[in-house]
Design a protein around this ligand. Structure first.
Ligand code: AHR
Length: 491
């Protein structure tokens, strides 16, 4: 049993749309074959982008897309990816699987993808192995409207108008794959590089490389030295079912104890946000700098028989619960969390979409993003929960996760999940003095192992929940095990 209390009169701040952001890297089959198949492909495409994938992503209103990495970003030299495709340099993607990167997807193609998706752009620059000049020229190439060497080059390459960059990342994981730097060194370099990320048109929000999970020292040093020069500080935290990177565990073969351990490790996100935010508060009490969780999600062993460097994994209802928990946590911390980008959009890690040739399946995680899109741009409402606890091998977690918001039309949205693997749960939602009306509830549920495959692509999908009743100021729901919902109503 769970009681959720909503204070419809108390708004706690805007839930930035970018919290529902995505990440696409030149890694495995994310960009190539997952999103981009080229103009001459037999797979239906518009300017090289798969129609099926783009249409599916439009349904969940992707607000922002991060590109080109990840670790790839600090090895990427943008000039290799412009101009006539047949002349573009080929290179080995040394970091991810040793495949040939033909650079056929570059800056113009990324901007075209964002145009088709109707989303904001988040470009990640190369600080690890690139120069200040290279980064500065990329920004000039993309955003300078007038006459200049880089703007003229863009025009010569067929794009007259400047694009807009909404977010620009100065390096990625510079404590690791992005150069193995110490925080003091990174912070000084960040100050230097960001100086030349010029605002030629509308303002670019600059994002500094943030901590690896609980590296609080990184956050402290980077905020102290460079906090005044950034708009956002990133944070990366992945949910691994096991402790070790060489035996992370299977995406599909797991026991109930593994399921609960995974959820417990997901809840660690709450502590990470609170502690990193606390440090940021001491340098930035007005919360001007956003915490950008630009890599999050589950990370398992790759699917048997696939290239270990491609990070291809299946996606089950366990992943749906991980997404449901994380997104509620981000909503509830929207004062500081201004963006989050799940890793990654297609065919890599906790993906929305899996593809095989011309076929595509939507994952359980996709449907959670579908259920939760109601919160994009809405105002967080004060809410609290009283529910039973689940004992996991690593401590307790609540049986139910939730968050609530009110949109610009006055509609209330509640997203919740019953995390119990095999028991139904009665949820009572209390609306204070208000009487809920015009109830609409959609849900996703299944066995913890349920997944969509190319043979059975609709095993998990969204459906209406009809077993609910309004009792005075409350809504009472019977949720099946392992179930996420979106409830909307007016009061
Ligand atoms: O998302 C996969 C990789 O994880 C990214 O390239 C890197 O930033 C992180 O370590």
């Amino acid at each position: 049993m769970a009681d959720i209390y909503i204070n419809v009169k108390k708004k706690l701040g805007k839930i930035n749309r970018e919290i529902y952001g995505q990440f696409s890297e030149h890694l495995g089959r994310c960009i190539y074959s997952g999103i981009y198949v080229g103009e001459n492909s037999e797979i239906p495409n518009v300017n090289g982008m798969r129609v099926d994938v783009v249409e599916a992503l439009k349904q969940i209103q992707v607000p922002v897309l991060r590109w080109p990495g990840g670790c790839f970003a600090d090895e990427y030299h943008w000039k290799d990816g412009i101009g006539p495709k047949e002349k573009r340099k080929k290179m080995i993607n040394t970091h991810w699987g040793g495949t040939v990167e033909d650079n056929s997807f570059g800056t113009h193609e990324f901007m075209e993808l964002c145009r088709q998706l109707g989303c904001k752009t988040y470009v990640n620059g190369n600080m690890g192995s690139g120069t200040v000049q290279e980064m500065s020229e990329w920004v000039e190439y993309m955003t300078f409207e007038g006459t200049s060497p880089m703007a003229d080059l863009r025009k010569a390459n067929g794009h007259k108008d400047a694009w807009h960059i909404d977010y620009f990342g100065v390096g990625n994981e510079n404590w690791g794959c992005g150069g193995n730097m110490r925080p003091e060194y990174y912070a000084d370099e960040y100050r230097r590089y960001q100086t030349y990320v010029r605002n030629y048109g509308s303002k670019i929000q600059k994002i500094a490389c943030g901590a690896n999970a609980d590296d609080y020292n990184w956050t402290r040093k980077v905020m102290e030295i460079a906090g005044n020069y950034m708009d956002g500080l990133s944070l990366h935290y992945y949910t691994l079912p096991n402790e070790t990177w060489d035996q992370k565990g299977s995406a599909t073969q797991f026991e109930e104890a593994d399921y609960y351990r995974t959820l417990k490790k997901t809840y660690y996100m709450e502590e990470l946000i609170q502690r990193h935010s606390g440090i940021m508060d001491s340098f930035d009490p007005k919360k001007r700098v956003g915490l950008m969780i630009d890599e999050w999600g589950t990370w398992y062993d790759v699917e048997p028989g696939t290239n270990p460097g491609f990070l291809y994994q299946q996606n089950t209802m366990r992943d749906a619960m991980v997404a449901a928990i994380n997104l509620n946590i981000f909503n509830q911390n929207c004062e500081r969390v201004k963006m989050a980008n799940i890793a990654q959009m297609v065919n890599v890690l906790q993906a929305m979409i899996l593809t095989e040739g011309a076929a595509m399946v939507l994952t359980p995680t996709y449907y959670v993003f579908d259920l939760y899109q109601c919160h994009q741009g809405a105002e967080l409402l004060e809410s609290s929960i009283n529910c039973g606890k689940i004992e996991t091998e690593q401590g307790e977690i609540p049986e139910v996760t939730q968050s609530a918001s009110i949109d610009k039309d006055g509609k209330i949205h509640i997203t919740a999940a019953n995390l119990l693997a095999d028991q139904r749960n009665t949820i009572t939602i209390h609306f204070g003095e208000e009487i809920p009306k015009e109830l609409y509830i959609e849900m996703l549920h299944g066995d913890i192992h349920d997944k969509n495959t190319f043979e059975n692509p609709e095993c998990v999908k969204k459906e209406r929940l009809k077993e609910s009743k309004i009792e005075g100021n409350c809504v009472v729901l019977e949720l099946p095990p392992c179930c996420a919902i979106h409830l909307s109503c007016l009061v």
